[in-house]
Write a protein that binds this ligand. Structure first.
Ligand code: SAH
Length: 262
C-alpha cells in the first residue's frame, strides 16, 4: 500500500511538473512569439517606409534634377542618397520629394530640390575642399555638401533650428556647426575653397568675400525680400571679383543679429 502511494505521488509530481511546464509555455510562448512578430512588423514597416521614400527620391532626381539642366554626376548621386524627408518634421515627410520648398519652422524653408542641386553644381566641388554654408536651416544642404567634400562648416542664426540641424548632422563627422550671425562668415576656419549662402542679403557681405580663397567660388542669392532676387556665382581672382548671374530666385532674407547692420 505504501509502495503504491509512493508510486502514485511520484507520478503525481511528474504530471504536476509537466502541467506547470505546459501552463508556463502557454502563458509566455504566445507573448514571446508576439513580441518577435511585433519586432518583425516594425522592421517591415521601417523597410517599407524607406523603400517608399527611396522610390520618391529616384523620381525626384529623374524628373526634377536630371530632366532639367543638372549633369554633375556627384550631385545626382548624392541627391539619390541623402534621405531628404529626414531633414523635415514627420508631418512633412510625404511632401519632402515634391518640386517646391517646404516649411521647417520659425518662418524658414528648406529649398526646392532643384535649387539645392543647382547651387551645389554651381560650386564646382572637389572632394578635398573646405566649404562654408551660411543658413544651416534643416541641415539638408549641409548633408549634401558633406557627402561630396572633405570639410563643411555651416552657420545658423536661429537657436532652435541650429539645435535640430546639429543633431541631424552629427552623423557626419566632417561637418562643423555654429550658431551665430553668418554675415561675418566663420573667421576661425577661414579661408574657404567655396561658400554657399542659402538666405538672401541685399548685398554681398564683404567678410564672405574676404574669407574666400583666391580662385574660390561663392554662390549667393542677393536682393530684397520677395520676388526680385538673383542667384549669383561669385569668383574671386586676386583683387578681381567676377559676378555671374545664374537665375532669378526666391529665398528667405538673411537676417541680422540685433545691433549688427553693416
Ligand atoms: N540651407 C537650408 C535652407 C536654408 S533657409 C536647408 O538646407 O534647409 C535659410 C536659413 O538661413 C534659415 O534657417 C535662416 O534662419 C538662416 N539665416 C538667416 N539669416 C542668417 C544669418 N545672418 N546667419 C546665419 N543663418 C541665417
Amino acid at each position: 500500500m505504501e509502495f503504491i502511494s509512493i508510486k502514485l505521488s511520484k507520478k503525481f509530481i511528474l504530471i504536476a511538473l509537466i502541467s506547470v511546464l505546459f501552463l508556463t509555455m502557454g502563458i509566455f510562448l504566445p507573448s514571446i512569439i508576439s513580441c518577435k512578430s511585433e519586432q518583425v512588423d516594425a522592421e517591415k514597416l521601417k523597410k517599407s517606409t524607406e523603400d517608399k521614400y527611396e522610390i520618391r527620391r529616384i523620381e525626384m532626381v529623374e524628373t526634377q534634377i536630371a530632366a532639367r539642366d543638372i549633369s554633375d554626376k556627384n550631385v545626382i548621386e548624392t541627391m539619390l542618397k541623402v534621405p531628404r524627408h529626414l531633414y523635415v518634421d514627420e508631418t512633412q515627410w510625404d511632401y519632402a520629394y515634391e518640386d517646391r520648398p517646404l516649411p521647417i519652422g520659425m518662418g524658414q524653408t528648406i529649398s526646392q530640390p532643384y535649387i539645392v542641386a543647382l547651387m551645389t553644381e554651381s560650386l564646382e566641388l572637389k572632394d578635398d575642399e573646405k566649404v562654408l554654408e551660411i543658413g544651416t536651416g534643416s541641415g539638408y544642404q549641409a548633408a549634401v555638401l558633406a557627402e561630396i567634400v572633405k570639410e563643411v562648416y555651416t552657420v545658423e542664426i536661429i537657436p532652435s533650428l541650429y539645435e535640430k540641424a546639429k543633431t541631424r548632422l552629427s552623423a557626419y563627422p566632417n561637418v562643423k556647426t555654429s550658431r551665430h550671425d553668418g554675415y561675418y562668415g566663420w573667421e576661425e576656419y577661414a579661408p574657404f575653397d567655396k561658400i554657399i549662402v542659402t538666405a538672401a542679403p541685399d548685398h554681398i557681405p564683404q567678410p564672405l568675400i574676404s574669407q574666400l580663397k583666391d580662385g574660390g567660388i561663392m554662390v549667393i542669392p542677393v536682393g530684397p525680400p520677395g520676388w526680385s532676387q538673383i542667384l549669383y556665382k561669385v569668383i574671386k581672382q586676386g583683387e578681381d571679383i567676377k559676378t555671374i548671374e545664374i537665375t532669378g530666385v526666391i529665398f528667405v532674407p538673411l537676417t541680422r543679429e540685433e545691433g549688427n547692420s553693416s
